[in-house]
Design a protein around this ligand. Structure first.
Ligand SMILES: N[C@@H](CCC(=O)N[C@@H](CSC=O)C(=O)NCC(=O)O)C(=O)O
Length: 278
């Protein structure tokens, strides 16, 4: 692992690292924020999964998360959104598939299955790497994300209720099997058999997950993707049926941008801190 950047920030440090991922078969970059409390011992870790077209950089520079992470003593991990540097056929043609759009699945369809294994990368390989190298308490992990990353966060929590103690999402794609972004990505990465898609669909997973901790979702009512791609009402119905304590806060007039995320980041990190304390 090679450190590329280091900036003192709110008394802690914002770092960027490059490493060789065995799971993805390529070199990857990630960002890690260590709060001031990490100088005195291990701190809880919250992983933030970004959306379509993003790298680690969007959230680290635009979400305003470090101030709240420093207040609560939380480390923040910002992975990239897809494997990089591969140049597979068609990999860079669309903003919603291929590079920058890994959808946090382990692909099973060719030619993606050898490298596009972002679910294993963000839930296993990368946490193990940072847990072994930095002062992190890996028994206290939370996960959050935006849009495609909100989908990834919800699926990660619902599939690993013992690994994550807290989850939240900004404008998540809650039912990828039912909306164009998700259907296109899942067809490409997982193949046409829709039965296989349920393992990466939070609304479908709600019926079987053991997750019963509070789930916080913020959704802007002025979001241009709300009706076509996000559809939080589908997750609300599934969680109500399953008995999962979901709160969807509809925020008047906010859009899909990082201005929205920055506006409510403090609430989200307070939600994680409450669950990860002690
Ligand atoms: N057509 C747009 C779509 C890209 C976009 O809006 N990306 C969002 C995430 S959308 C769901 O995953 C994003 O976070 N963009 C980065 C940012 O810094 O705002 C386009 O291609 O621009």
């Amino acid at each position: 692992m090679e450190r590329l950047k280091r900036h003192v920030c709110f008394g802690g440090v914002q770092e960027v690292h490059r490493h060789r991922s065995a799971v993805l078969g390529c070199a990857m970059e990630f960002a890690l924020y260590l709060p001031p409390q990490a100088a005195r011992g291990p701190v809880p870790l919250v992983t933030y999964l970004s959306g379509l077209t993003c790298t680690w950089e969007n959230a680290t520079t635009k979400a305003g998360a470090q101030r709240y992470a420093a207040e609560h003593g939380l480390a923040l991990l910002f992975p990239d959104t897809s494997p990089r540097g591969l140049d597979l056929p068609g990999e860079h043609e669309r903003y919603d598939f291929g590079s920058g759009a890994g959808f946090y699945v382990d692909a099973t369809a060719e030619p993606w299955s050898a490298n596009y294994r972002m679910f294993s990368y963000v839930t296993e390989e990368l946490p193990a790497l940072v847990g072994g190298a930095f002062p992190l308490d890996m028994a206290r992990q939370g996960i959050m994300g935006h849009s495609m990353g909100g989908h990834g966060a919800l699926v990660s929590a619902f599939r690993h209720p013992d690994r994550y103690r807290s989850v939240s999402a900004f404008s998540p794609i809650v039912a990828p099997s039912q909306v164009p972004w998700g259907r296109n990505a899942f067809t490409g990465y997982l193949g046409p058999d829709e039965a296989a898609w349920a393992a990466y669909d939070a609304t479908a997973l709600a019926a079987s997950t053991a997750w019963r901790k509070p789930v916080l979702v913020d959704q802007g009512t002025g979001d241009e993707f709300l009706a076509g791609q996000l559809r939080p009402e589908l997750l609300e119905a599934a969680c109500a049926t399953a008995g999962i304590p979901l709160t969807v806060r509809r925020q008047d007039g906010y859009d899909h941008s990082y201005y929205f995320i920055a506006s409510f980041m403090g609430d989200h990190l307070a939600h994680h801190a409450a669950a990860l304390r002690g």
